[in-house]
Design a protein around this ligand. Structure first.
Ligand SMILES: [Zn+2]
Length: 548
């Protein structure tokens, strides 16, 4: 295809520069040095065969740092400066993508540079002369192979599903709210697509309008829809989460989105779960759909701009709540940490734990510090309990079993000793001292039988040895979690992980605070005073399932 004959170019080894770089395509178990030396020997061999000798050491560039772009790779920069000199006529690499990570800016720059300096790019397979148009196309394609994303796209493009999506079909099993899933016939083929559901589509239009034209937040939009008696797509109420998802759903402008995210198997709390990690921006492909738009592109993109200006607080942040994934409200929903900041970023109120559906279940929240104190108490009580049990592990059953095993082992040694002495007696030089053969045979068989029985008993005794519960391990595990909670500097994600080693789940309930009915002059106790009067705060009830 692009193969030219090296003899046409009349090159000598001094005219050639060699560039070596490890990429993600290489065996990750090899070091940079190992990869580069492998590649170097391939290129040396090529040069010996085609140029008559290896390229001189001064002309070789080895990239040991792994930068994303040309600007981050010092060796390629040196090489690119050199090719501006007419002295050098070619660059030799194992494959074209080694020159670039394949982003368009890098690729364009390289193309221009090689073309206008009249420098050949040589790989052991091909010679690219960028003066020639068809060589340029091939080179460009090869360069872009370095881009893993494009590579992945190309790979899945060959698969039926993606082809179907790229033709604009809707392959999801559930239609986005506002549409119904329908089949249309095109030629001989039946294609799945979406048809507008007018009643729902009006709700979609209303949501976009309230959000973007009337500046209403997702939570308030949810309340508005509930008040209007509009049935939520899922559950009894419109959640702000569902509304935010709708506001960024590109299907509403007649496009098809294809997620490249895969299902991942995650083992959590000893259970295997399938999850579809939420895709980051750019992890999906967008195609023109066959279905009609509900929202104009203008409104949709204005909405995206607005959504991006108010990114969700938790976006791009790690775990900030040590109790994430552990704490559940009595209504079944998870509870989240709320941090209250003032205008200057300082703490306005102490952080609280609040049910994610508090507006529906009305379960009272609690102070984060109250909850952490309870968890700490549970952990330290457990540690004391483990300590008590470690001390009292003088288990009789184990002692008895060990004695039994010892006596069986002794018995086996005795049998083996008898066996040896029997054989010794039977090989006595004086034949008259030996037993008659049939007697020896009988005794020997009896001994072997006895030996087998004892061996079997030892095996059984070992298998049925009572196990000591490892309270030492438990103590260490719980102590780590407790120490973590006591360390204010420690990252919440680490605290969360250590807590999950000890706690399976925390269920929370709390009665609503009531107006205080205490007599005048009585000590306030758990009463708090607010602008609305005195309130009796009810205690927190929690049920902690430990991993012991
Ligand atoms: Zn709740």
């Amino acid at each position: 295809m692009y193969r030219n004959y090296i003899s046409e170019y009349n090159l000598c080894p001094d005219d050639v520069l060699v560039y070596l770089r490890k990429s993600r395509a290489d065996d990750p178990l090899l070091t940079v040095e190992e990869v580069l030396s492998r590649h170097e020997s391939i290129l040396d061999e090529w040069a010996e065969k085609n140029l008559g000798a290896r390229v001189p050491e001064d002309n070789k560039f080895r990239e040991v740092v792994s930068g994303e772009t040309i600007a981050d790779r010092p060796e390629v920069q040196k090489l690119l400066r050199l090719i501006e000199s007419p002295r050098f006529k070619a660059v030799l690499v194992v494959e074209v993508p080694r020159l670039s990570r394949g982003d368009l800016e890098d690729a364009g720059r390289l193309m221009k540079l090689f073309r206008y300096t009249n420098t050949l790019v040589i790989t052991p397979q091909w010679i690219f002369d960028l003066q020639e148009e068809h060589n340029r196309d091939g080179f460009e394609r090869e360069l872009k192979r370095g881009n893993e994303y494009l590579e992945y796209t190309k790979h899945i493009m060959n698969r039926g599903t993606l082809r179907s999506v790229s033709e604009g079909n809707y392959l999801g099993s559930i239609a986005p709210y506002g549409y119904d899933r329908v089949w249309i016939t095109e030629g001989k083929r039946k294609c799945p697509t979406l048809a507008i559901n007018e009643e729902q589509a009006n709700v979609v239009r209303m949501i976009f309008d309230l959000h973007t034209n009337q500046n209403m937040g997702a939570i308030n939009i949810g309340h508005r829809l509930d008040e209007l008696g509009i049935k939520a797509p899922k559950g009894d109420h419109w959640s702000s989460y569902a509304i935010r998802n709708m506001l960024s759903n590109i299907h509403y402008i007649g496009k098809i989105k294809w997620n490249c995210r895969k299902t991942a198997t995650v083992v959590e709390d000893g259970e295997i779960r399938k999850t579809r990690p939420t895709s980051k921006m750019g992890d999906y492909l967008v195609f023109e759909g066959k279905h009609e738009a509900i929202i104009t592109e203008e409104l949709f993109y204005a909405t995206q701009e607005k959504l991006n200006k108010h990114p969700k607080l938790r976006k791009n942040m790690g775990v900030r709540n040590p109790l994430a994934g552990l704490l559940y409200c009595q209504c079944g929903r998870a509870m989240s940490l709320r941090i209250y900041k003032d205008k200057n970023g300082g703490e306005r109120n102490a952080p609280r734990l609040l049910c994610d559906g508090q507006e529906h279940c009305h379960v009272s929240s609690c102070l984060y510090s109250e909850m952490i104190d309870i968890v700490k108490k549970v952990l330290s009580d457990s540690i004391s309990d483990f300590e008590r049990r470690i001390d009292s592990t003088t288990d009789d059953a184990i002692k008895y079993h060990e004695k039994l095993l010892k006596s069986l082992e002794k018995k086996l040694q005795d049998i083996e000793a008898r066996e040896i002495s029997q054989w010794e007696a039977q090989s006595h030089p004086d034949e008259s001292q030996r037993m008659p053969p049939h007697i020896f045979k009988m005794l020997n068989e009896k001994l072997l039988k006895e030996k087998d029985e004892v061996k079997e008993a030892i095996k059984n005794a070992r298998n049925t040895m009572p196990t000591v519960e490892d309270f030492g391990e438990k103590k260490v595990r719980f102590q780590k979690a407790l120490d973590a909670l006591n360390d204010p500097e420690l990252d919440a994600g680490i605290k969360n992980k250590l807590l999950k080693d000890c706690i399976a789940r925390i269920d929370y309930s709390r009665e609503k605070a009531t107006r205080s009915r205490r007599a005048p002059g009585e000590a306030p106790g758990t009463t708090i005073k607010t602008a609305g009067g005195h309130w009796d705060v009810k205690p927190i009830n929690i049920d902690i399932k430990l991993k012991v």
